[in-house]
Ligand binder design. Structure first.
Ligand SMILES: Nc1ncnc2c1ncn2[C@@H]1O[C@H](COP(=O)(O)OP(=O)(O)O)[C@@H](O)[C@H]1O
Ligand SMILES: [Mg+2]
Length: 216
């Protein structure tokens, strides 16, 4: 299978930098991944600068999930070929936790929210502010409110997640990821939506970017 990235990425000599010479926030170089009987990824390269939004597009089985699972530490170092760099430092994730610790947050296709718990409890699940082992509820809710405000979400942090529609639950998942100080957010759930097939290649598209030099 052949996966290409947006033209500028592969033609540029050496390490990808932006106009100001800043190294890419993320580089995935020549990533190959084999499952029994199938080469899921064949030397795929992908890079990302801070502020960019990319859409990974491709038909079912093109390798999108595999690439994001490598980035998220689901397939740890040693189970694929190639290199992941963050800010020019080689990363060898031994699992999901290691990827999370460096600031990669993946919103997965499966819901990871607890419907009976409030929005605030879900955002800080497992990382609740505690004092002497006891959850500090006031701080939990004020922090959740801050996260929601930052994202301009008009959700009420006390409401149980089970009362929300699927779209709003999705936003809570994103709030949860960003509350972990994620530097790179992978929204894997976008692929749940039915969509037209886009041909056999996965393409990385610069959907939008915020660059200092204002280049398109
Ligand atoms: N856990 C797995 N075991 C074996 N084959 C897999 C596994 N995951 C994915 N594959 C295969 O790898 C290829 C890429 O799959 P995937 O990354 O899920 O594609 P996409 O997300 O683009 O639909 C497919 O041929 C798929 O059947
Ligand atoms: Mg997939």
């Amino acid at each position: 299978m052949d996966i290409s990235v947006s033209p500028g990425d592969i033609s540029r000599a050496g390490r990808p930098t932006d106009a100001g010479g800043t190294p890419a926030l993320l580089e995935m170089r020549e990533i190959s991944k084999r499952f029994p009987g199938v080469l899921a990824l064949d030397r795929v390269s992908f890079d990302l600068h801070a502020g960019e939004i990319h859409a990974l597009v491709g038909e079912n089985g093109a390798g999108k999930s595999t690439l994001m699972n490598i980035l998220g530490g689901v397939y740890p170092h040693g189970t694929y070929d190639g290199e992941i760099r963050i800010k020019d430092e080689v990363q060898r994730f031994d699992g999901v936790r290691a990827a999370e610790d460096i600031g990669i947050a993946v919103v997965h296709q499966e819901l990871s929210l607890v419907p009976e718990f409030s929005i605030a409890e879900n955002i800080f699940l497992g990382r609740e502010p505690r004092r002497f082992g006891v959850i500090e509820r006031e701080s939990l809710y004020s922090r959740a409110q801050r996260v929601l405000d930052e994202l301009h979400l008009t959700l009420e942090p006390h409401v149980p997640v089970g009362y929300l529609g699927i779209g709003q639950q999705h936003l809570v998942e994103i709030a949860k990821a960003l509350a972990r100080d994620a530097r790179i957010l992978v929204d894997h759930r976008a692929s749940r939506r039915p969509h037209r097939q886009h041909g056999s290649n996965v393409r990385s598209r610069r959907a939008s970017r915020h660059r200092a030099d204002g280049r398109p």
